[in-house]
Design a protein around this ligand. Sequence first.
Ligand code: ASP
Length: 342
Amino acid sequence: MKNMMHNSFHYFSKILIICFSFMWLAGESLLAENPYAIVIHGGAGNIAPESLSPEQIEEYNLKLAEALSAAEDILKVGGTSLDAVETATRILEDSPLFNAGKGAVFNITGNNELDASIMCGETHNAGAVAGISTVKNPISAARKVMENSPHVLLTGRGAETFAYEQGLDIVDPGYFFDQRRWNQYREFIRNQVNRSRSYLDENIKMGTVGAVALDMHGNIAAGTSTGGMVGKRYGRIGDSPIIGAGNYASNLSCGVSGTGHGEYFIRNMVAYDIAARMLYKEQSLQDAAFHVIREKLVEQGANGGIIAIDKEGNVVMEFNTTAMFRGFVKSTGEKGVWIFEE
Ligand code: ASP
């Protein structure tokens, strides 16, 4: 009797092991077959190629590549698009090269006010923060709003208090001081006095950052983070933290992160317009992005660009300026970083 029980237990455990092995193999091959992709931007603007030295170009390219590779490390082992987007964006925020986080531009009163948002294409949940000056990584604050609050958008002191309660890194506003940005601000003030350059001078409003990813589970996420525009009025909020304007993600269509003249991106609901064109007009991501960025915005005299990924893993990087810091990596092995038009 004892022997019979022992044999059947042995038999049963063998079947279990075989079942688990099949499940594991199926899971592995699912992960191996499903595509992933990550695309990032570091702002768009009309800059002349000769205005950047080869060393500066190298510096930008290296930072973009670092952000892409950190995000790919997450995606290639089956990590989530949200983690990939947050990780890539944090790396760009921590660099003084871009107008987000550490490198945020100064507003008219000589202070930094940062905006960011993140969206999950699977759940359509979203979180955003705006007008904050003490949170080291605004993209992480946006994610906390999405995941740990019933709200979508928190601003100013309320957002900063929430970020503190969530255990995020809080910094003195002086952390965001950067000499290059300060010089830019001083130049802006001088030009305002001389009225020699417009408020929206192209050369001084570049550098917003963003990331969009598709993970192996088929989920899209998008994030955008910015210091806004040099010399903006204090209290001004741009498109970056506005879901549908500077950021949008839906597994049904695509994920989009934008950069450019925020007021136009808000008025045109740029990110959502691209997704809606795919959904309702059955346009491809490329056609939808081309129409919105190269036709609609251009007709209105608005500059900017977007990065986007659809549910098949197609990557689009469309801009109507001479440059957009950008790059992508796909599970197919295609990858690259670029600044100027190809
Ligand atoms: N879109 C950002 C804003 O308007 C600026 C930028 O992307 O350059 O705040």
